[in-house]
Design a protein around this ligand. Structure first.
Ligand code: KG4
Ligand code: ZN
Length: 337
């Protein structure tokens, strides 16, 4: 089974080809990605209309690229998968429309995929894939969730953020620190030069006894510190504050993940979503889990943020597991929320 996957939920156009047998982990044949970061940078965030228009420009050239790289043709595709949501409505419609138009022209079936399921399963494409069951920490720009995962489509939500997502906390704090978009990677780079103990920032819900998260208060605390430092803030103080912010976010993610592992008794942790690329988070999870005999699995760094490979993979794994059926119904819809 050859699956073409298309991702267009936000500011990255991703296309990929995955080959799957009846069983076993599907194999990534090729993937191509175009990031719109440069285009949105001038606006300090994603401009939805510009995002949609750029997805339109990029989709077919990227598709051509993955077929060339894999050495196969469009007619060989068995299923076309696309991100159905969540994401920006216009951006999602481009991917869904493109996928359904291609599929209709070939008479091939389509399958809409939940973006987060793509992230969740993406570590299966790594050199060290996990085995079910595991605890998953999903940390992206829009979501922060802990889940018990018993198999493809067998997900139990253990806890989630009650307000901002972890990536949002990174991005909003970065903005307050005068850093550009996307803030997460920039804040984490600046944090390398700072001492996290210089500022005392809150760890909301750390001792709540639940597996829920809250990051809105942290953003307010960062704002208060930025205001206190005033307009003449020096580079070193900004680095200290960046380090303190990162330390607060990482500590909460770490402690809640350990609590989820303890609660479920599971010995495997999967970390997925853009924030999973954060070096400090990886180092601290590896250290704490190593001490407890827990294996931690991440996607390849290149597949941590949005990409088409995870969508093709999730489609292939859902089909293998009999959790979904691809259909020749091209009246597509998208689910932004
Ligand atoms: O999964 P993703 O690419 O898109 C969503 O589905 O939201 O995640 C994007 C988020 C952004 O908030 C970005 O700032 C954050 O992931 N991010 C990071 C890092 N790389 C990306 N946050 C902290 N450290 C990083 N290295
Ligand atoms: Zn994502």
């Amino acid at each position: 089974m050859l699956v073409l996957g298309i991702e267009s939920s936000c500011d990255e156009t991703g296309v990929a080809l995955v080959r799957a047998a009846d069983q076993g982990i599907p194999r990534l044949l090729s993937h191509a990605l175009h990031s719109q970061v440069d285009m949105h940078q001038a606006y300090g965030g994603v401009v939805p209309e510009l995002a949609s228009r750029d997805h339109i420009r990029r989709l077919l050239p990227l598709a051509r690229q993955v077929f060339d790289a894999a050495g196969c043709g469009l007619s060989e595709v068995d299923v076309i998968a696309y991100t159905r949501g969540p994401g920006l409505a216009g951006a999602l419609l481009v991917g869904a429309g493109g996928a359904c138009a291609l599929a209709a022209s070939l008479g091939k079936p389509v399958l809409g995929i939940h973006h987060l399921e793509g992230h969740l399963l993406s570590p299966f494409l790594s050199v060290d894939p996990p085995q079910f069951p595991f605890v998953a920490l999903l940390v992206s720009g829009g979501h922060t969730q802990l889940m018990r995962v018993d198999g493809v489509g067998a997900y139990e939500l253990l806890g989630e953020t009650v307000d901002d997502a972890a990536g949002e906390a990174f991005d909003k704090s970065a903005k307050l620190l005068g850093l550009g978009y996307p803030g997460g990677p920039q804040l984490s780079r600046l944090a390398e030069f700072g001492d996290p103990s210089t500022f005392d920032l809150p760890r909301p819900l750390l001792h709540s006894g639940t597996l829920d998260f809250s990051f809105a208060g942290l953003k307010t605390a960062v704002w208060t510190q930025v205001r206190k430092l005033g307009t003449n803030v020096c580079e070193q103080d900004r680095a200290h504050l960046a380090a303190a912010t990162q330390a607060a976010i990482v500590e909460v993610l770490l402690k809640k993940s350990l609590a989820a592992l303890k609660q479920t008794g599971l010995k495997r942790l999967v970390v997925a979503g853009g924030v999973g690329a954060n070096r400090s988070l990886r180092e601290q999870l590896d250290l704490a889990c190593g001490k407890r005999g827990i294996r931690v699995h991440y996607p390849e760094l290149a597949l941590c943020t949005d990409n088409g490979a995870m969508i093709a993979l999730a489609a292939a794994m859902r089909l293998q597991a009999g959790r979904s059926r691809a259909v020749r119904d091209y009246a597509f819809d998208v689910k932004p929320r």
